[in-house]
Write a protein that binds this ligand. Structure first.
Ligand SMILES: [Zn+2]
Length: 158
């Protein structure tokens, strides 16, 4: 597939490779539908995680959100792209798109969504195209921006 994003092909392949390496960690005991995700940061850092299924089905969490939460735990917020890896083409779900959209609002720029399947086909689309309208909150957004600024300042002090 043509790469229409500003992300170099080499970096996309690296994201896919990193996501694929999490295969053994996917926790999909019930559906056996294992999905892996990686998140590319502005500085080139790539952080990953897998989906986690739980006994109570509404507590299941997608790989994309797990990978982003892992990024947050590493004080990494500057998201450029989110990539999923599955054996078949699986688009990112609406809940994850909304989750990622919050970062797009915080960063005030689009984020690229990459969905890859085992045959080395992938689709790369801007988040704004996949979710042209979304839930918006001004107060929480300002609080979150302030908090992230403080977290980055703490990180830079280390
Ligand atoms: Zn999802």
């Amino acid at each position: 597939m043509d790469n229409i994003s500003p992300i170099p092909e080499k970096l996309i392949k690296k994201m896919i490779k990193v996501a694929k390496e999490t295969r053994k960690n996917a926790f999909a005991y019930r559906s056996m539908h294992k999905i892996w995700a990686s998140v590319l940061m502005w500085d080139g850092t790539i952080i990953w995680w897998c989906n986690v299924e739980w006994v109570i089905s509404w507590l299941w969490i997608c790989a994309e959100r797990c990978a982003i939460d892992n990024s947050i735990s590493n004080w990494e917020y500057d998201i450029v792209a989110v990539c999923t890896v599955d054996t078949k083409f699986t688009p990112t779900c609406g809940a994850c798109l909304q989750y990622i959209m919050l970062f797009s609002q915080i960063l005030d720029r689009d984020i690229w969504i990459i969905n890859w399947d085992i045959r080395w086909h992938y689709k790369i689309q801007p988040l704004s195209e996949l979710l042209p309208d979304w839930y918006k909150t001004k107060t929480n957004l300002q609080l979150m921006k302030k908090y992230i600024k403080q977290q980055i300042a703490k990180k830079n002090k280390k």
